[in-house]
Write a new protein. Structure first.
Length: 260
C-alpha cells in the first residue's frame, strides 16, 4: 500500500525489530510474577476506571498479562506467538509489524474505554493471528503436536465464532469488536474489498461467456417440419410463412413458394 510505503520512509526509525520476541519475553516474566502472587494480575489488567484515577501503567502492562495459568498452555501460547511474530516480521518488515501491533493496542484500549469491552489482550493477539493467516494460509501446524491443520482453517473457525458473537451480542459489543480489530481492517480491509469485487467481476464474465457460448451453439433458423437448421446444413435457405412458422425451402407451404 502506497500510504504505508510513505509512512515507512518518514517514520521507519520508530520500528522495533524483534518486537514479538520482546512481547513473548515480557509475557513470560509476567506469568511467573502472577504465579508467585495471583493478585498481581489485578494491578496490571486494563481497567479504564483505574487508569482515569492515575494508574496509567495499565495502558501498557495489560498487553503482557497471560490469559492462562497453566504451564503447558503458556508454553504453547508463547511458542505460537513467537512463531507468528517471526512470520509477520519476515513478510512485512519490522516497521509494518510494529505499526500493526500498536494500532491494535489503540483499538483494544478504545474498545475498553468507549464500549466497556473486557477483551484484555485476547483480541490483540487474535488480530495478529488473522494477519498471519493472510500471509501463510497453507502453513500447517500440529494441534497438541498430534493433529495437523492448516492455518486458514483455524482462522475460518475463529472468524465464525467472532461473527456469531457479533450478531448475537448488543451494539456495544459490535462496536467494541470493530474497534479491537481496527488494525486488521485498516491493513487488510481495502484488499478484502478489492478481492470481493474482483471475484464478482470474474463471476460476471464467466456467466456472460457461458451465455455467449450457449447462444453460439443454438441455431438461428429451424425448419418447423424437418427440424433442419443452418448448423446442420449451411446451404439451406429459410423463410417465415404466413402462419408465423419458419421452414426450409423444401418444406415451405405451397402458397408461400416463390414464383420461378
Amino acid at each position: 500500500m502506497a500510504w504505508l510505503d510513505k509512512l515507512e520512509r518518514r517514520l521507519g526509525f520508530l520500528s522495533v525489530p524483534g518486537l514479538m520476541r520482546i512481547v513473548v519475553g515480557l509475557t513470560a516474566l509476567v506469568f511467573m510474577l502472577v504465579r508467585l502472587n495471583p493478585d498481581f494480575r489485578f494491578v496490571l489488567d486494563l481497567d479504564p476506571a483505574r487508569v482515569l484515577h492515575g494508574e496509567v501503567w495499565r495502558l501498557v502492562t495489560y498487553i503482557f498479562l497471560p490469559q492462562t495459568a497453566g504451564f503447558l498452555w503458556i508454553i504453547l501460547f508463547l511458542w505460537f506467538l513467537w512463531f507468528i511474530g517471526d512470520g509477520l516480521e519476515q513478510a512485512w518488515g519490522a516497521f509494518r509489524l510494529t505499526l500493526y501491533f500498536f494500532v491494535g493496542v489503540i483499538g483494544t484500549t478504545a474498545a475498553a474505554f468507549f464500549f466497556g469491552a473486557r477483551f484484555s489482550n485476547s483480541m490483540l493477539f487474535a488480530s495478529l493471528f488473522f494477519a498471519f493467516a493472510r500471509f501463510y494460509p497453507d502453513q500447517v501446524i500440529y494441534i497438541l503436536f498430534i493433529l495437523p491443520v492448516k492455518i486458514k482453517w483455524l482462522a475460518w473457525v475463529s472468524a465464525a465464532f467472532l461473527l456469531f458473537g457479533f450478531f448475537v451480542n448488543p451494539n456495544s459489543y459490535r462496536m467494541a469488536l470493530v474497534a479491537a480489530f481496527m488494525n486488521y481492517l485498516i491493513f487488510f480491509g481495502p484488499e478484502i474489498i478489492y478481492e470481493a469485487r474482483h471475484r464478482g467481476e470474474v463471476s460476471a464474465r464467466r456467466k456472460r461467456f457461458a451465455q455467449q457460448s450457449r447462444s453460439e451453439a443454438e441455431p438461428l433458423h429451424k425448419c418447423a417440419v424437418c427440424g433442419a437448421t443452418e448448423l446442420s446444413d449451411p446451404n439451406l435457405d429459410f423463410r417465415v410463412a404466413r402462419d408465423g412458422e419458419e421452414y426450409c425451402m423444401a418444406h415451405l407451404p405451397c402458397a408461400e413458394t416463390p414464383a420461378r
